[in-house]
Design a protein. Structure first.
Length: 235
């Protein structure tokens, strides 16, 4: 049963909590299984070609040689798994307007932003240079050892790194929206038990009548012009 004071924005956030939390659980469980199996991040892209498989392994070896690579990957995956579970629990609580669900959503937004911004800075400082080196080696190997066109290679790597950079910050949109919605005055009031803003107080003028208050106080000085003509003459 829908709580009487639940804003529409809270319902929308709860639905997205279930969607994003469920997808996060699936993706991070797969990531955990890959890390536990010693996966190299190639996702089987060799296609059965021994040269392609060797290139993938060389790229993975360079990436893993990056300082704290494994530690960051584990922290990112475990953190994402835990926060996805928090989203699912918070989504259930938001549907029932539980105060703890708003707090859980705020904690999710804050911790997720901290986690992903930290991973993004790490990637810019360490992963991007390793990616650049790995891709240059891969391009040289794919061309049979011949020197690839330098300008074309630089352009391709620039486009790839821009795509990686944008891809790192797209996931930050949702937690940022969660923090904004959960901190609006209407949502705060609803979780504090205030009545919906659509309910007008009894003493307020209704139907947009600006003279409602004056009519309650009595006739004004110009009400003599509204009296019948005979009464006005008698006065």
């Amino acid at each position: 049963m829908q709580p009487a004071n639940r804003p529409a924005s809270v319902f929308v956030i709860a639905v997205f909590h279930f969607i994003i939390g469920g997808l996060g659980l699936l993706c991070n469980c797969y990531g955990m299984a890959t890390l536990a199996a010693g996966g190299d991040g190639t996702f089987g892209m060799g296609g059965g070609d021994p040269r392609q498989a060797k290139m993938q392994k060389d790229i993975a070896a360079i990436m893993k040689a990056t300082p704290a690579y494994t530690l960051v990957q584990v922290a990112d995956t475990v953190g994402g798994l835990i926060l996805s579970g928090v989203l699912l629990l918070a989504g259930y609580g938001l549907l029932n307007m539980e105060p703890w669900a708003r707090s859980a959503s705020l904690w999710y937004g804050t911790l997720y932003l901290i986690l992903k911004v930290g991973v993004a800075f790490y990637s810019i400082l360490f992963m991007f240079p390793a990616f650049d080196q790995a891709m240059r080696i891969a391009m040289t190997q794919s061309s049979g050892g011949a020197m690839a066109d330098q300008r074309a290679l630089d352009f391709a790597l620039s486009i790839a790194k821009i795509g990686m950079f944008v891809g790192m910050f797209i996931p930050l949109i949702y937690p940022f929206i969660v923090l904004l919605v959960m901190n609006t005055a209407g949502v705060k009031a609803a979780f504090a038990g205030a009545p919906p803003s659509s309910e007008l107080p009894e003493e307020s003028p209704r139907f947009g009548d600006p003279f409602g208050k004056r009519r309650e106080e009595g006739p004004g000085p110009d009400d003599r012009f509204r009296k019948p003509p005979d009464e006005h003459l008698k006065g």
